[in-house]
Design a binder for this molecule. Structure first.
Ligand code: ATR
Length: 273
């Protein structure tokens, strides 16, 4: 019997997940159907109940339901707990198992696909929202020399760093604290790029040979990537690989088979111009 999966969000028309999982299923010979659900605002639990009642086996969860999914779950992985948000669910009878693959997907993209190790490197994360929260544990597991979170609202960065302090070398602060510091990998996890805005990061943060990574996907050369380029950074990337890798992690978790992501990344890449 064909197993059913879907992505749930609102809005949902823009989601690439059905395309990605369709390509994975075809490449791995898995017999699945993967759809889209526009969950009504305030109606997440009822929509998921209905999907499970119809035999649904798992869901990807996107905005604005990542916290609803966290609350709906009966079991949460450590990374979902530390992220405080859930982007994938698996249903097994009465059990609702929750995961968050955004951070591992990002880490895998950087380390494996882009060939940029985080181990022993100085890493800077701009922003202290949900995207940053999900990435901190997977980053620290790579054993960087230092992980710095910089945020407009300084207290949020400090609080996040405080929460993770036992897991590795992490510091939180404001953009002004970055003066005179350089990093080997700089991530923009703020939502500024969605409005074509630039976080107030000094152009001096990029160390020679640095990778500048924009977590947003498909926005071309965002103000952050342009800043990096103008500062001489040659290695620029956006979140297309993160999108593909978090999907691959979910697919592996559901189906026991890891799909190759190259074809998906090639298909979805939007040139950085
Ligand atoms: P997400 O879940 O995508 O991480 P979020 O939780 O709403 O989104 O967090 C958005 C992040 O982008 C925050 O860190 C926010 O900074 P504040 O905590 O100070 O609000 C940051 N952000 C949004 N617009 C920004 C801008 N123009 N400049 C700098 N930071 C910005």
């Amino acid at each position: 019997m064909t197993d059913r999966y879907a992505v749930i969000g609102n809005p949902i028309a823009q989601s690439k997940s059905p395309l990605i999982h369709g390509m994975f299923a075809q490449a791995t010979g898995q017999d699945i159907e993967y759809g889209k659900i526009e969950g009504p605002l305030g109606g997440f639990a009822a929509a998921v109940d209905a999907f499970r009642a119809a035999g649904g086996k798992g869901l990807n969860v996107t905005a604005p339901f990542k916290l609803d999914a966290f609350a709906y779950a009966t079991e949460r992985s450590e990374r979902a707990q530390l992220a405080g948000a859930v982007n994938a669910l698996k249903f097994e009878g009465d059990r609702v198992i929750a995961e968050n693959f955004d951070g591992v997907g990002l880490t895998r993209d950087v380390v494996q696909n882009l060939g940029c190790p985080l181990a022993g490197r100085r890493v800077l994360m701009l922003g202290a929202g949900g995207a940053t929260r999900g990435a901190l544990l997977p980053f620290l597991e790579q054993q960087p020399e230092l992980l710095v979170i910089a945020n407009r609202t300084v207290e949020k960065a400090q609080a996040l760093a405080g929460e993770m302090a036992g897991k590795g070398p992490i510091r939180g602060g404001g953009y002004a604290d970055l003066a005179g510091q350089q990093f080997d990998v700089v991530f923009n996890a703020t939502s500024a790029s969605l409005r074509a805005e630039l976080p107030p990061v000094p152009a001096t943060v990029f160390a020679p040979g640095c990778l500048a990574y924009e977590l947003a996907y498909g926005k071309g050369l965002t103000p952050f990537l342009r800043l990096a380029q103008n500062a001489g950074v040659q290695h620029l990337a956006d979140g297309v690989g993160m999108l593909a890798e978090q999907a691959a992690e979910a697919f592996l978790w559901w189906r026991g088979v890891r799909p190759d992501t190259r074809a998906v990344i090639d298909k979805l890449t939007v040139p950085l111009v």
